[in-house]
Design a protein around this ligand. Structure first.
Ligand SMILES: Nc1ccn([C@@H]2O[C@H](COP(=O)(O)OP(=O)(O)O)[C@@H](O)[C@H]2O)c(=O)n1
Ligand SMILES: [Ca+2]
Length: 467
């Protein structure tokens, strides 16, 4: 028999804005270790997220073909049949499920049919709950950083004294915050008790639907339109840079359950023109209207009446949190340490004209006009929403990867469904044996050394006494 080799697993992350396929790999003989699963390869699906195919579901299935064909090449042929394949859809499909249940089922059936036609071990396509999305992101980050359990150098299991890392995910249609806490979780809907490797964890999690980047932008446009009296005239947008103007159809703003209650009584094929005025403080005012900071029936809340204990420990902020802060750091060349840095950077972006922004980052044209609003939103969400302050804000690492592996819910989802994270501490028979061998060898070496030293000493002693 040859060496045990590798095992593989595939997860399709069907996000609201796009689908990504991740292929994971791990040594077959180390299933229950931590940090051993890594990203073997990935693939970005061309086109929008699967929820955008509501009027043509088969096309959602078709869109996955290119990446699935890549998976056929990336996973060794003899492993295809034993490679689990999952598809998890997030807030885009959660919204479609609310807006049009039939369309959402049709899209899920179409992707299921496509995935079934491949030789992998297909184990289902489903919509994750916001809670699952938050918790699996937290599991991924802490698994990769080996915060749950670790093998010592003798092969024994060590429960690290390290604290776990909180996780913040900013998607296109929802945003999640998840962290371990010792405080009472006043709303049971936000509490998840986990037992991983024999260790219990009390985790707080909440997913805010309609607080993902793209839905926030739609909600903001809707708020600005509410202000405007006349749709025929150009509507000012303080969150867009000066020199930027665009004509928008009402349908592009009001096609979502996140804005439908604010829908004006005009036909959805009406077009309005908006022009940027690049006014940071006015933009902040409008963005802050997207949150409800006043009502709370618990001892404390983040916003919208949602309970949240005080944030504690270090955090990792990935997906659009990372993209936003990365833009501030690399394009605007500004550091982000304190909340004030983020606020100042957002204001600077808002005050930068369209031509100047284009000059700085021509490749990012598609999203360039939205960084002012997005940065302002991230500032308000983290400070007034989640209540990070000067002391706790620097504990947030804005990062999209740990080593070579992307941070997101996908890995944690697969680890859970393949039972790779046991509830109990794994038995360490093999490693104990290994342990004893090391001790025995050490004893042998030490005894030999002592014997040698004594022999040399005695020899010298007898020589010197002979003279
Ligand atoms: N380079 C990039 C890539 C994605 N993004 C945004 O990141 C978000 C990713 O959301 P997603 O597709 O995972 O959506 P969810 O289903 O997780 O809510 C979208 O708003 C993208 O536009 C970005 O800001 N910069
Ligand atoms: Ca996502």
């Amino acid at each position: 028999r040859g060496p045990p080799g590798f095992k593989y697993g595939i997860v399709l992350d069907a996000g609201s804005s796009h689908t990504a396929m991740f292929i994971y790999k791990w040594p077959a003989d180390k299933e229950n270790d931590t940090g051993v699963v890594s990203e073997h390869s990935m693939c970005d699906v061309e086109g929008p997220g699967i929820s955008s195919y509501s009027s043509n579901p088969p096309a959602a299935g078709k869109s996955l073909e290119h990446c699935l064909n890549q998976a056929l090449r990336d996973v060794p042929k003899e492993k295809h049949a034993v490679t689990p394949l999952y598809l998890g859809a997030t807030a885009g499909m959660r919204l479609l499920n609310i807006a049009n249940l039939e369309a959402s089922n049709a899209v899920l059936s179409a992707v299921t049919a496509m995935l079934k036609s491949y030789p992998f071990d297909f184990r289902g396509a489903k919509i994750l709950s916001g809670e699952e999305e938050g918790v699996f992101g937290w599991v991924t980050a802490n698994y990769l950083l080996e915060n749950f359990i670790k093998r010592g150098w003798l092969g024994e299991w060590i429960q690290p004294k390290k604290k776990t890392l909180g996780a913040m995910d900013f998607g296109g249609a929802s945003t999640q915050i998840t962290f371990e806490t010792r405080d009472t979780i006043e709303d049971p809907r936000n509490e998840v008790m986990l037992k991983l490797y024999g260790q219990p964890y009390k985790v707080y999690t909440h997913s805010f639907l309609c607080y993902g980047r793209d839905q926030v932008l739609k909600r903001l446009l809707s708020k600005l339109l509410q202000q405007a009296e006349n749709y025929q005239a150009t509507v000012p947008n303080p969150c867009w840079p000066t020199g930027y103007r665009k004509s928008l159809s009402l349908s592009s703003i009001y096609d979502s359950p996140c804005t439908e209650k604010e829908r004006p009584s005009l036909p959805l094929n009406t077009f309005v023109t908006m022009a940027g005025t690049g006014n940071g403080s006015l933009c902040a005012l409008h963005v802050s209207k997207l949150f409800n900071f006043t009502t709370c029936s618990f001892s404390r809340c983040s916003f919208d009446g949602i309970f949240q204990p005080e944030v504690s420990g270090n955090f990792i902020a990935f997906s659009a949190f990372f993209y936003t802060v990365d833009f501030i750091q690399t394009v605007m060349e500004r550091p982000v340490h304190l909340p004030k840095d983020l606020k100042d950077a957002a204001e600077t972006i808002c005050a930068t004209s369209w031509s100047e922004l284009l000059q700085k980052a021509p490749k990012l044209e598609k999203r360039l006009s939205d960084y002012c609003a997005t940065s302002m939103f991230v500032y308000l969400l983290t400070t007034r929403g989640y209540n990070f302050n000067n002391h706790s804000f620097p504990n947030i690492a804005f990062q999209k990867k740990a080593g070579e592996t992307s941070i997101g819910w996908a890995l944690g989802y697969m680890l859970n469904l393949t039972n790779m994270i046991p509830a109990e501490k794994p038995a360490s028979h093999k490693s104990m044996l290994y342990n004893y061998w090391v001790i025995l060898i050490l004893l042998f070496v030490v005894t030999t050394l002592i014997a040698l030293v004594t022999a040399v000493y005695l020899l010298r002693h007898s020589k010197s006494s002979a003279i």
